[in-house]
Design a protein around this ligand. Structure first.
Ligand code: V47
Ligand code: SF4
Length: 372
C-alpha cells in the first residue's frame, strides 16, 4: 500500500455522522453536552475516542507527562464508615492499626530532601478530631518547612469539622493555618444519590463533598477530584458525576487534576463484581478528558492500574502519572491492585514515559516544572 491507498482506506472507514459532529465541536474547542458525553461512553469506537481525547490532551500539555516525588502517610485503617467497595478499613482487613504521631513524623524524617509532597489520607477514626490533625500538620511543617502537604479527603474533613462544631470555612481555615496546602480527591466515589446509598451510605454525601471542595477553593486551597467506576454504576451516573465536577470547576477553577479510580474487587463486599476491562478503562479516561474541558490535568494512578496500563493511558488523554510513592500506600494493594508494593525510582519513571515517546516533566504540586 502506498500513502494514497492508506489515506483512501482511512477515508473509507465511514466515521459515523454523530461522532463527527462531536469531533467537530472538540476541534472548535466547544464544550460537549451530557447527551454527547453519554453517546461517547455508549457508542463511540475506542480508536476514534482515543484520537479525540489526545487532541484535547495535546492542546493542554503538548508532549509533556508529569510526575512528582511524593510519599503517602495512611494514619489508620479504623473507620466509622463501612463502604462496600473498601478492602482497606478494619472491617475487611485482617488487622486494625493506627500510627502514632511519632511514627508518622518518623516517616517524614526518613524522606530525602528531593521529595516534594506528602499525601495524607486514611480511614475516618472515631476518636480523632480536627485538632489532632492540625497539630500533626504543624509538626510536619516544622520538620519539612518546604514540603507540600496534601491532606485529608473531603470525607475525613466532613467528619472532623462536624465533630468540632465548626463551619466548613472555619475548619478549613484552621487547617490551612496549621500548614494544609491542598486536599486530595478521595471520597467522591460516585455522586448519584441512589448508587451512593448502595455502596457507601454512611459517609459524607455528594453535596457535602462538593461543598467542602468549593469552600476550599474559595480559601485558595486547591484540590483533586476522583471518581470510583466499574462497580454498580451506569454510564449515566458517570456523566452526572463529571457534570457536577465541571460545573464546580467553572465556579472556582480550584481543581488541579481528575483521577478516575478503577474499582478493584479483592477482599470487599463487592467482590462478586467483575473488574472493568482495560478497554473500558481507556474509554473512561478518554471521555473524562473530552468532557472535563476545564480540568487542566488527567491523572493515571499507576499503583492502581500498573505500569504498562499507565503507559497505555497516555494515549487516551492522561498527562500525569502521579509520583514515586515510595511503597507508602496500601489502599489499593489490599483491594488487589496491579502493584502490591508501589514504588518507582525517578529514573524508572523517566524511562517509563520515554519508552512511549513522551517527555517526562518533574512537577511540583501545582504542576510547575522543576528545573534542577
Ligand atoms: O475514596 C477504595 C478509593 C480512594 C477501592 O488526590 C478504591 O492525588 C478502587 O482518593 N477499588 C482514596 N478504589 C484514594 C484517593 C487518591 C488516590 C490517588 C491520588 C489522589 C490524589 C487521591 O480510594 C477512595 C476510594 O474511591 N478506593 N477502595 C477499591 N476497592
Ligand atoms: Fe472508611 Fe474510606 Fe474505607 Fe469508606 S473507603 S470504609 S470511608 S476507609
Amino acid at each position: 500500500m502506498d500513502t494514497t491507498d492508506i489515506e483512501k482506506t482511512i477515508f473509507d472507514l465511514k466515521i459515523p455522522e454523530s461522532f463527527l459532529k462531536i469531533a467537530e465541536k472538540v476541534f472548535q474547542k466547544e464544550r460537549i453536552t451530557p447527551e454527547e458525553g453519554l453517546f461517547l461512553f455508549q457508542k463511540a469506537d475506542i480508536g476514534y475516542l482515543g484520537m479525540l481525547a489526545e487532541i484535547v490532551r495535546r492542546e493542554k500539555c503538548g508532549n509533556d507527562v508529569y510526575y512528582i516525588r511524593n510519599f503517602h502517610i495512611e494514619p489508620t485503617n479504623i473507620c466509622v464508615n463501612k463502604c462496600r467497595f473498601c478492602s482497606y478499613s478494619h472491617h475487611y482487613s485482617s488487622r486494625s492499626w493506627e500510627l502514632t504521631v511519632d511514627e508518622m513524623l518518623n516517616i517524614v524524617r526518613e524522606q530525602d530532601d528531593t521529595v516534594r509532597e506528602v499525601h495524607i489520607t486514611g480511614a475516618v477514626h472515631p476518636d480523632r478530631d480536627i485538632y489532632y490533625y492540625g497539630e500533626l500538620l504543624v509538626k510536619i511543617r516544622k520538620i519539612r518547612p518546604d514540603i507540600h502537604i496534601k491532606a485529608l479527603s473531603a470525607v475525613e474533613l466532613e467528619f472532623l469539622i462536624k465533630k468540632s462544631r465548626l463551619s466548613h470555612e472555619q475548619g478549613l481555615k484552621y487547617l490551612k493555618s496549621c500548614g494544609l496546602d491542598s486536599i486530595p480527591g478521595g471520597g467522591a466515589e460516585i455522586f448519584d444519590t441512589a448508587i451512593r446509598k448502595k455502596i457507601c451510605e454512611s459517609k459524607a454525601s455528594s453535596s457535602e463533598w462538593l461543598a467542602i471542595h468549593e469552600t476550599a477553593h474559595k480559601l485558595n486551597i486547591s484540590s483533586n477530584a476522583t471518581m470510583l467506576y466499574g462497580h454498580i454504576e451506569q454510564y449515566e451516573h458517570r456523566i452526572n458525576h463529571l457534570l457536577l465536577l465541571r460545573e464546580l470547576q467553572d465556579r472556582t477553577g480550584g481543581f488541579n487534576a481528575f483521577i478516575p479510580l478503577k474499582f478493584k474487587n479483592r477482599n470487599n463486599e463487592l467482590s462478586y463484581i467483575n473488574e472493568a476491562s482495560v478497554l473500558e478503562d481507556m474509554r473512561n479516561y478518554a471521555v473524562s478528558r473530552i468532557f472535563l474541558d476545564n480540568f487542566p490535568h488527567l491523572k493515571g494512578y499507576w499503583p492502581m492500574i500498573g505500569k504498562p496500563i499507565a503507559q497505555l493511558s497516555l494515549s487516551f488523554g492522561v498527562d500525569d502519572l502521579d509520583g514515586t510513592i515510595q511503597d507508602s500506600t496500601r489502599i489499593y494493594s489490599l483491594a488487589g491492585s496491579e502493584e502490591q508494593n508501589p514504588a518507582i525510582t525517578v529514573s524508572e519513571m523517566i524511562a517509563l514515559i520515554q519508552q512511549v515517546k513522551r517527555d517526562p516533566v518533574e512537577r511540583d504540586s501545582y504542576y510547575n516544572q522543576i528545573t534542577v
